[in-house]
Design a binder for this molecule. Structure first.
Ligand code: FEO
Length: 172
């Protein structure tokens, strides 16, 4: 039995971040299967980043002396209709996550939990960046339409992504 509403809400977010990681790993598999190795590389790093987010919730729960409860994670899809469909699904998911983070911040304010509110500020900023990054890829894919050369150019560009420092490293 979890002690507080906030504790439970943070554990639910931990599960969502783990799902995000699995979703992007599934997308990496999809992109690799259609020979878009740059997209696949980008998604592999995205999956790693999401696991970093999950670990940040994990560590925070422990720092507060709360219980970590690892729940069952839903199975993500394994294929999408097109690269655009996959990236649009990613954008939709990130908007959902942003909404969750905002709701958590609202709860922290309502409960007067200043520590959790400060902890969540990093995620609020991160979500703006994540949505912007994915949105940019979606717009580029829309721009090129059916032009295969354009798709390969985007693939080449995404293949150059490097992993951003983990949340803990940027905060410490
Ligand atoms: Fe952890 Fe992409 O949000």
């Amino acid at each position: 039995m979890l002690k507080s509403t906030m504790q439970q809400a943070l554990n639910e977010q931990l599960a969502r971040e783990m799902y995000s990681s699995n979703l992007y790993l599934a997308m990496a598999g999809y992109f690799q299967s259609i020979n878009l190795k740059g997209f696949a590389h980008w998604m592999r790093l995205q999956a790693q980043e999401e696991m970093g987010h999950a670990m940040k919730f994990f560590d925070y729960l422990l720092d507060r002396g709360w219980t970590v409860q690892i729940s069952k994670i839903d199975q993500p899809p394994s294929s999408w209709e097109s690269p655009l469909a996959a990236m649009e699904a990613s954008l939709k998911h990130e908007r959902f996550i942003s909404q969750n983070i905002n709701e958590l911040a609202n709860l922290a304010i309502k409960e007067g939990d200043h520590g959790t509110n400060i902890f969540l500020q990093w995620f609020i900023t991160e979500q703006i960046e994540e949505e912007a990054n994915v949105s940019e890829i979606v717009e580029k894919l829309k721009l090129i339409g059916d032009w295969k050369g354009g798709l390969l150019m985007i693939d080449n560009e995404l293949g150059k992504r490097t992993l951003a420092p983990s949340p803990k490293e940027t905060q410490e």
